[in-house]
Design a protein around this ligand. Structure first.
Ligand SMILES: Nc1nc2c(c(=O)[nH]1)N[C@H]1C(S)=C(S)[C@@H](COP(=O)(O)O)O[C@H]1N2
Ligand SMILES: [Mo]
Length: 317
């Protein structure tokens, strides 16, 4: 079992201390929201930090991303998770989600499409699968390198034929407080919602992941189906998707609703735009000591910058 430096955890008590130090006064529910995705990842060097070893799970043929960054080991990828439907404690999500059943699973694709359809998960697993090694940069200031398997979202959207009026894609997580006990917490507007502009959704980098490390996606990583948008902060990569709706209205995500001053719609990784409460200039790659500089668009600038031509990316966070 890989040990995670305890500094990544923002327990309520520490959070409150920090709030007091910073002199914030917030009503309790709001403050709990902000403890969320979240408090900054505290920079530290820790002798117990995991070393980057490529885990044995599944059939991964490549051991680094295209920038020669080693993969984050399997135990960490599947043992250190943000998933508020189960817990705000990243190290407890794995155990608390262990019994989460994903059969049967349907995904409704509706809205501004010529051919709305409900897909059984099996229909989606039949789409051409590919392996993608992507950096995942959490807005909290930590990152990983993850080998996903899945299919491009574009392949799914082409099947339903978005109409000319569709401008955005809205994603929704399963809403089931019995199976997802965190949804009984009143601080958020459940279910978790995320959104992309249609051209972002159609971009080849945008993946619907069904597996990790060559194995089926485990519950804690968003089984059976989760979005992965590698040039945006991790919170855009919504888990356990049950509904995808094409629309002409910019979706309001759970994080935009919870804290509009902190979380915008685009949320492109940008080291030059600080979070209101911490810098985004650098990050802690889990498994490494110290911090490394955060890359513009998380290192995918060449592939995605043209999506934002003419936009002021400081303003359109
Ligand atoms: N439904 C849902 N999706 C979610 C989250 C969540 O709490 N609920 N957390 C997000 C955040 S903040 C991050 S960083 C990533 C983490 O993905 P991972 O656990 O696979 O690393 O999932 C994102 N998707
Ligand atoms: Mo995150």
């Amino acid at each position: 079992m890989t040990r995670i430096p305890s500094h990544d955890i923002t327990p309520e008590s520490l959070f409150w201390q920090r709030r007091r130090i910073l002199g914030f006064t917030l009503a309790a529910p709001v403050a709990s929201v902000l403890a969320a995705c979240a408090g900054p990842d505290v920079a530290s060097t820790d002798a117990s930090a995991p070393t980057s070893t490529v885990a044995s799970a599944g059939s991964v043929t490549t051991t680094t991303d295209e920038l020669s960054n080693p993969l984050t080991d399997y135990e960490t990828v599947t043992g250190y998770n943000n998933y508020y439907e189960f817990s705000t404690d990243k190290e407890r999500v794995k155990d608390l989600s262990a019994g989460f059943s994903t059969t049967p699973w349907n995904v409704v694709v509706d809205g501004m499409v010529a051919k709305p359809r409900t897909f059984a998960l099996e229909d989606l697993l039949a789409l051409q699968a590919s392996e993608r090694i992507y950096r995942l940069r959490c807005v909290e200031g930590w990152s990983m390198v993850v080998p996903w398997t899945g299919f491009p979202l574009a392949a799914l959207l082409q099947l339903v034929e978005p109409t000319a009026t569709a401008k955005y894609v809205r994603f929704e997580t399963l809403n089931d407080p019995v199976r997802m006990p965190g949804q009984s917490e009143p601080w958020y507007e459940w279910p978790y919602v995320e959104g992309l502009r249609l051209d972002e959704a159609m971009h080849d980098l945008t993946l619907m992941a069904t597996g990790v490390y060559g194995k089926a996606l485990p519950p804690q990583n968003g089984a059976p189906l989760r979005l992965v948008v590698p040039w945006k902060y991790g919170f855009k990569s919504i888990k356990a998707v049950v509904r995808i709706t094409l629309t002409d209205v910019q979706p309001t995500s759970l994080w935009m609703a919870a804290s509009p001053g902190e979380y915008g719609f685009f949320a492109n990784v940008n080291p030059r735009v600080d979070h209101p409460r911490w810098s985004q200039a650098d990050e802690r790659r889990i498994g490494e000591l110290g911090r490394r500089p955060t890359l513009v668009f998380n290192g995918y600038k060449d592939q995605v910058a043209s999506l934002y031509t003419g936009m002021d990316l400081r303003k359109f966070y």
